[in-house]
Ligand binder design. Structure first.
Ligand code: PMV
Length: 344
């Protein structure tokens, strides 16, 4: 019986020999994680400056892990299906980081009752858009394997596994994606510590996918080279980023959305001259501002990926989303800063 990761309750009935197969007596072990966007502080956070992330609950990656019938050891069969509005991509070649994560967890399993695993994954959002896909997928897989291998990893243990995978993927990862893909709502990472920021007034973030793939590793390396070549530039960047992130957090706490929007614009103006913003992303930002967004910027590593825009009402978020769709956004997500179920 093949398992369809999109349908958590009901395994499908399609017999298949070239896909991971779930036997009726196999333990069914699932994991799940969501995507995220960075509101303020990307890149600076790699060097310890503060950054603010927002989870994207509708961007979900699910994983199912099962003992492989093929024998051997490690990750034997893999199937990953990711969706965007324009295309559905299926790959059966696991990223080396994911294979390493599997090996890592198999080595930790004291009772080696399982030595080879198959993993089926399904993601509702595309990879390579600055939405934290690599961390979300690593987290979903780690959670599924935690159950399958009976590892009893704590949330901190899962965090370490995901962060190791992130460091392999991005070269040097700040950890913000690792944290944000495992916690709901808003999160601040500042000098290695996380906290939930105060929110004075509800607002909406509209996320628009330009449809172009970004490489966080390449972007982080590009900035590092730039900072080495221009002495003093790193310090100036970090000071400016920290100042506007701190000011943006005050505006958020005070419910001053106009000022928060201005800080988003400032953050974009700081990142844009570093060569991180593609034409397609800039067009989305311009369209969002023309449609009445309070502020807009690139998000994540850059060199492609998504734009984000801040709005003060759900109706304005809808209007901005409609404009972004007309301007070629491949996918749109609307996320309130505070979810209804988390409101006190
Ligand atoms: O994975 P992305 O593209 O969302 O970027 C993460 C944010 C960076 O600051 C660019 C890198 C990091 O590790 O914090």
């Amino acid at each position: 019986m093949e398992y369809d990761a999109s349908s958590p309750k009901s395994p499908g009935m399609i017999p298949s020999h070239d896909r991971p197969v779930l036997r009726l007596d196999s333990p069914l072990c699932r994991g799940q994680a969501h995507g995220k966007v960075i509101l303020l502080g990307e890149h600076a956070v790699v060097y310890g400056a503060p950054a603010v992330a927002l989870s994207v609950p509708d961007a979900i990656c699910r994983a199912v892990a099962l003992p492989s019938r093929l024998g051997g050891s490690g990750l034997m069969r893999f199937r990953f299906r990711s969706a965007s509005t324009s295309a559905v991509q299926v790959t059966e070649q696991a990223q080396p980081e994911l294979s390493a994560l599997v090996d890592d967890l198999l080595e930790r399993a004291a009772d080696r009752h399982v030595q080879a695993v198959d993993i089926v994954m399904r993601s509702s959002f595309p990879a390579g858009r600055g939405l934290g896909s690599s961390a979300a997928c690593a987290r979903a897989a780690a959670e599924a394997l935690n159950v399958l291998l009976d590892l009893s990893l704590s949330p901190a243990g899962i965090h370490d596994v995901v962060q190791r995978a992130e460091n392999r993927t991005h070269g040097r990862a700040s950890g913000i994606d690792t944290y944000a893909t495992g916690s709901p709502g808003l999160l601040v990472l500042d000098k290695g510590r996380t906290r939930t920021p105060a929110v004075g007034r509800q607002a909406w973030v509209v996320i628009a996918d330009s449809g172009t793939v970004s490489s966080t590793r390449q972007a982080v390396e590009m900035l590092r080279t730039r900072f080495v070549q221009a002495p003093g530039s790193r310090r100036a960047f970090l000071e400016a980023s920290e100042a506007l992130t701190v000011n943006g957090l005050h505006a958020l706490a005070e419910g001053d959305l106009n000022r928060l929007g201005m800080r988003l614009n400032d953050a974009h103006a700081l990142l844009q001259p570093l060569g991180l913003v593609t034409h397609a992303v800039q067009e989305l930002i311009d369209a969002a501002l023309a449609a009445g967004a309070l502020g807009a910027k690139m998000t994540g590593g850059g060199l492609g990926g998504c734009a984000i825009a801040l709005t003060d009402t759900a109706a304005r978020a809808d209007a901005v989303a409609a404009r972004l769709r007309r301007n070629g956004a491949e996918h749109i997500w609307r996320v309130p800063l505070v979810r209804e179920e988390h409101r006190s």
